[in-house]
Design a protein. Structure first.
Length: 270
């Protein structure tokens, strides 16, 4: 009682009071804000496990990070920087490139105006060692083709299914039809790996997740990672917060809090 904790839950956290198993709670490290804690677990556990457990990232390798300015993207960039001499390709709209360079992306790519596969091959003709794919659809095929021999593709989302504020079943059907498919025999001759990751289905892997969080807390305490907060929104502005995501304006994590900070009351107290 009274501990400050970070929590993992598949759903149900957009509310003032929540109830989760104790095994899905983790002590916040000294000096961490609640906003940082809210931004840490899902993004950094995902980035850590796909880069190191699946990707086996090592010095002198190259990584392509899609949606590099988003929550998992910024976490992955910071984690890549904990390994020596990793070349990072990151896709994002042009307005975010300065921020990406400051954060450590070697080669930002504007996916809206450029063919990112061509841009990667201009710099690295043989391709890359690891591709992190949150997109799905035809982008997964492009990712697989960009891999070097012994390269690894880790699929952890299907963001291409989301095309706007309303459901577009035609677009969803098209993405589903274009979804990447490969047989075991094809993999055998390609010398590449395809992995799938969904943190939401790892509830029972308590020991595994606890070890990952312990590593992340140590990296935070050493100053090697720090959750990047794009903006903080009270519950009554959730529509505006979602719009920030849908319009892809965010750099880092969009956070919801039960109510806006009472600036006026703070001034009154002073």
């Amino acid at each position: 009682v009274g501990d400050k904790v970070m929590v993992l839950a598949r759903s149900g956290l957009w509310q003032e009071v929540t109830n989760v198993p104790a095994t899905q709670t983790f002590l916040m490290p000294e000096g961490m804000s609640f906003e940082e804690a809210a931004a840490l677990l899902v993004n950094y556990i995902t980035a850590y496990m796909i880069l190191f457990d699946f990707g086996n990232l090592r010095p002198n390798q190259s990584v392509l990070i899609h949606m590099a300015a988003g929550g998992v993207g910024t976490a992955a960039i910071q984690l890549c920087k904990t390994v020596e001499n990793v070349t990072i390709f990151g896709t994002a709209s042009a307005s975010k490139h300065d921020s990406l360079r400051e954060n450590g992306v070697t080669h930002p790519i504007d996916y809206r105006t450029m063919d990112y596969t061509e841009e990667v091959r201009k710099i690295s003709p043989r391709g890359v060692d690891i591709v992190l794919d949150p997109l799905g659809g035809s982008d997964t095929s492009k990712a697989f083709n960009l891999l070097k021999p012994m390269g690894k593709l880790i699929i952890y989302g299907v963001a291409n299914l989301i095309t706007g504020q309303k459901r577009n079943f035609l677009a969803m059907a098209k993405i589903w039809w274009n979804q990447f498919s490969i047989s075991a025999l094809q993999l055998l001759n390609q010398n590449k790996a395809v992995c799938g990751y969904n943190l939401g289905y790892m509830d029972e892997e308590v020991e595994l997740l606890t070890n990952v969080v312990t590593n992340l807390v140590n990296l935070y305490s050493q100053g090697k990672i720090k959750p990047k907060i794009d903006s903080v929104w009270p519950f009554d502005q959730v529509a505006e917060a979602m719009k920030q995501l849908q319009e892809k304006k965010n750099v880092g994590k969009v956070i919801l809090v039960p109510e806006a900070p009472k600036e006026e009351s703070k001034k009154a107290e002073n």
